[in-house]
Unconditional design. Sequence first.
Length: 250
Amino acid sequence: MEQGIHILVTAGPTRTPLDEVRYWANIFTGNTGLQIALAMRDLGHVTLLTSNQDHLARLKPGGADHDARLTAIPFVTFNDLDLALAKSVHSQALNAVFMTAAVSDYQSAGAYCIESSNPVAGSNPPRWQWTVRDIQKPKIASNHTQIAFAATPTPKLIDKFRREWNFRGLLCKFKLEAGLSEEELKTKAQASRIHSQADVIVANTLQMVYGPDPAAYIIDAASCQRVPRGALPEQLRAYLARTLSRKLHR
């Protein structure tokens, strides 16, 4: 374990409240993030921000994966994660961030009962004109025949590291796509990496996640490597180890 090396890993989905008892979420568990955090322990102290309750149970004292080299911190909502990331960046000298959490792209901006829905004549693609009534409450009633939720984009947390939080360590972005070929994925992932000023990006498609040969691409400015998903944690550990070694020998 390298003295003074601090690594941050995020894992699990964020929840976005619809009212005080319901929320939006996604299908991902954060298990890849947990395995990455476990693989990094011999390189330095790892902080894992996770929304997976099983992870927290496994990592607490007496848990199956408890280790003094790894600290687990819970989050639930998008706002929780945003605040926890800002605190982590500002409270310790981080050397690397692996942003594997499945972060909500949208947040609710109101709930509405659809009272009428009429097609707009001649529109192509088809458009509809709705008449709606605001029904947002602490618990939205269950007796409406048809409802709709408005949503606004959430800030891209990965973009805050360089532009807002002035983080200068290794930044690893994760990107999932659907309906793209692998060549299209690689092109889009490289553009995404550059946009976020990330050093490296891990990218895959739903087909690559659930297909017969699960895999992901590790892409940086100089290389593009397709690796089996099961090997991803150790591959990223090796990537970080090489990066730290280069910095030590400059």
